[in-house]
Design a protein around this ligand. Structure first.
Ligand code: C2E
Ligand code: MG
Ligand code: MG
Ligand code: MG
Length: 281
């Protein structure tokens, strides 16, 4: 402990830990009811075609605007929501809000692209998930061709039989599924081949080191050629530099998301940035 160690550095870390556990408790206490208090918000990040510079889709990403803590990252509150079960109403809110947003863009005359929503492993395991997604779609009269779900590679590996069952139902309903953070979850080739999915998203950690690390480059190359063999589309996550864009195109990967093109943005900002030229002029 601090006394034994005696260094000021150690005390500094202790103070940080106290601070972060207070925040942790605050998050746990305040999450329930955050939707009703309208503290949850969706940002949208474009998926781009690197050849044409066109936006081919958007991903909805949760933001929690906490009255005391400010903007809280989903990396911090999603695990809390998974633990308490609040993830289920939260993601149904995300689905509803994202689909409503697409319909609104449509009525505003903006180009219509599919919206992707992230689904947690905890939510994926709920027996009611397919029904509640379909209920929301029916209620909003939403075109299933415009909805995609993103499920992490590790979530897909949790209960393979159940996952295949749900994914088959989703595919029959016309809802595309992407495997998120691909390359971090150690799924086997045979399992991958048995899954009814449309797309692999190469994890940001490989793209990040694409131009500097031989191994990351080799892994990305392997994922891209494997996706082609399995007839899956591919999206590179976290593209930040022109060099990465160039290299990915050389490797025959043409779809990307990342700060090089755009950060996640509130819907009004995205609409402004991606308004068709005819409207802007
Ligand atoms: P994700 O689904 O893999 O989303 C991509 C994350 O990478 C986003 O972080 C995005 O802002 C960030 N990102 C995109 N491009 C770049 C880049 O060029 N550089 C860097 N450094 N980062 C980039 P965000 O929005 O903080 O979300 C983090 C994670 O939280 C998401 O990872 C997703 O797993 C989770 N998440 C967000 N919303 C939801 C949700 O509604 N449900 C669930 N289950 N998870 C969610
Ligand atoms: Mg995602
Ligand atoms: Mg579809
Ligand atoms: Mg990801």
């Amino acid at each position: 402990d601090a006394k034994q160690n005696g260094s000021s550095q150690y005390r500094f870390y202790d103070a940080q830990r106290d601070q972060s556990s207070i925040e942790q408790i605050t998050l746990e206490n305040d999450l329930e009811g955050s939707i009703a208090r309208q503290e949850m918000q969706l940002y949208y990040q474009p998926k781009m075609d690197m050849r044409t510079g066109e936006m081919i889709g958007v991903e909805a990403l949760l933001r929690w605007n906490h009255p005391q803590l400010g903007m809280v990252s989903p990396a911090r509150f999603i695990p809390v929501a998974e633990k308490s079960g609040y993830i289920v109403p939260l993601e149904l809110w995300v689905l509803r809000t994202a689909m409503s947003q697409v319909k609104q863009w449509e009525t505003e005359g903006l180009s219509v692209v599919p919206v992707a929503v992230n689904i947690s492993q905890v939510h994926l395991m709920k027996p009611t998930i397919f029904e509640s997604i379909m209920d929301t779609i029916t209620e909003l009269q939403f075109d299933t061709d415009l909805l995609e779900l993103e499920i992490t590679e590790s979530a897909m590996m949790y209960n393979e039989e159940h996952v295949i069952h749900i994914l088959n139902d989703l595919r029959k309903a016309g809802i595309a599924v992407s495997m998120d953070d691909f390359g971090t979850g150690y799924s086997s080739l045979s399992y991958l081949q048995s899954l009814p999915i449309e797309c692999l998203k190469i994890d940001r950690s490989f793209i990040n080191k694409l131009t500097t690390d031989k191994d990351s480059r080799a892994i990305a190359e392997m994922i891209i050629s494997m996706a082609r063999q399995l007839n899956l589309s591919i999206v590179a996550e976290g593209v930040e530099t022109e060099d990465q864009v160039g290299l990915l195109k050389e490797m025959n990967c043409f779809n990307a998301q990342g700060y090089f093109y755009s950060k996640p943005m509130p819907p009004e900002e995205l609409a402004q940035q991606f308004a068709p030229p005819s409207r802007a002029s």
